[in-house]
Design a protein around this ligand. Structure first.
Ligand code: NAD
Length: 310
């Protein structure tokens, strides 16, 4: 199949591209390399360096490549930046998505798979592990814009009966190639520091929890979504909550590090707890997370070790 991956030079996107190529799909990538890296780009993919907010660059890609399916991952993913510059966030995360959707309509794309967020769409005080039926109450421009993009995807599906759309709302994704500046980079911040025996900082009492899902599992659900002959919105997490203190302990053990763990002032407005239920994804897509947290951290540490030895 001819597949376009936006953000295919980034952390999750590049892992998806590798898996698609492994399965003999023909893949094109569009990425502006704002956070993505050239070294992540699979040599067997066609690479278009450009911005998804540009009509011209996307039109050129659709004309030349004519994708049958799109995995849409390109995004401004930093919550703090979205607060500082909400207009930029809207431009990339909403307008960029609608730009793609209008071309997907024009070129009769059959499948649109969107990487959304569970962490930033459901507020505090929701049932945990959170099901898709929970009310969406985003509190940051990033969360609002990702949700707005989902609504546009739904709208375009409504007017194109042959278009199948899937929104995957991820928990905190971690693993090889994650860069530390994103939405959920705590493991990618701690690991290199611990490998260098530098101190790490934990905000507040460190008892705040998150749901960490391994990137290999996220790739697997994207492949399952491509096979699935339907549309829907799915929470993609493990349902397991891990505190920052526990996470620091696990990374410390995996890196065999003596780094000092310093507790610093809590971050205002930080969510206390979150985890997502994968029951609906299991029912419809036959997907469940397979990689245990300790194992995923080991693989991630291994990747950082190899990288620093290069
Ligand atoms: N990492 C997580 O835990 C997590 C959680 C929830 C949702 N997501 C979503 O998953 C997707 C991928 O995130 P990631 O963690 O791999 O981040 P990433 O920053 O590694 O990947 C994003 C990619 O998009 C590219 N990009 C950004 N703006 C662009 C633009 N205007 N035009 C073209 N390319 C652009 C970047 O260069 C980068 O390669 C995002 O849509 C994000 O919202 C990630």
């Amino acid at each position: 199949m001819k597949i376009l991956v936006t953000g295919g030079a980034g952390f999750i996107g590049s892992n998806i591209v590798d898996a698609l190529i492994e399965k003999d799909h023909e893949v094109a990538i569009v990425d502006n390399l704002s956070t993505g890296l050239k070294e992540n780009i699979n040599q067997k993919a066609k690479f278009y360096e450009g911005d998804i907010t540009s009509r011209e660059i996307l039109e050129e890609i659709f004309e030349k490549f004519s994708p049958e399916a799109i995995f849409h991952l390109a995004a401004q993913i930093n919550v703090r930046h979205s607060v500082e510059d909400p207009l930029k966030d809207i431009k990339v995360n909403v307008i960029g998505t609608v730009n793609l959707l209008t071309l997907a309509e024009e070129y009769e794309v059959k499948k649109f798979i969107y990487s959304s967020t569970g962490g930033a769409i459901y507020g505090d005080d929701v049932e945990r592990p959170t099901p898709e039926t929970a009310e969406e109450r985003p509190i940051s421009p990033y969360g609002m814009d990702k949700l707005s993009a989902e609504r546009f995807i739904e709208y375009f599906k409504g007017r194109n009966p042959s278009l199948k759309t899937i929104c995957l709302r991820y928990a905190n994704v971690y693993g090889p190639r994650q860069n530390p500046h994103g939405e959920a980079g705590v493991i990618s911040i701690f690991t290199p520091k611990m490998l260098k025996e530098e101190p790490i900082e934990v905000w507040g009492d460190g008892e705040q929890t998150r749901d960490y899902v391994y990137v290999g599992d996220v790739v697997a659900v994207n492949l399952a979504a491509l096979e699935f002959d339907g549309s829907g919105t799915y929470n993609i997490g493990t349902g397991v909550e891990t505190s920052v203190n526990k996470l620091a302990e696990i990374v410390q053990a995996a890196t065999d590090s003596q780094s000092e763990v310093k507790h610093v002032e809590a971050k205002e407005g930080e969510q206390k707890a979150s985890s997502l239920s994968y029951q609906k994804a299991y029912q419809d897509l036959g997907w469940k997370p397979e990689v245990e947290f300790e194992e995923g951290v080991k693989r991630t540490v291994e990747w950082y070790r190899n990288r620093s030895n290069k």
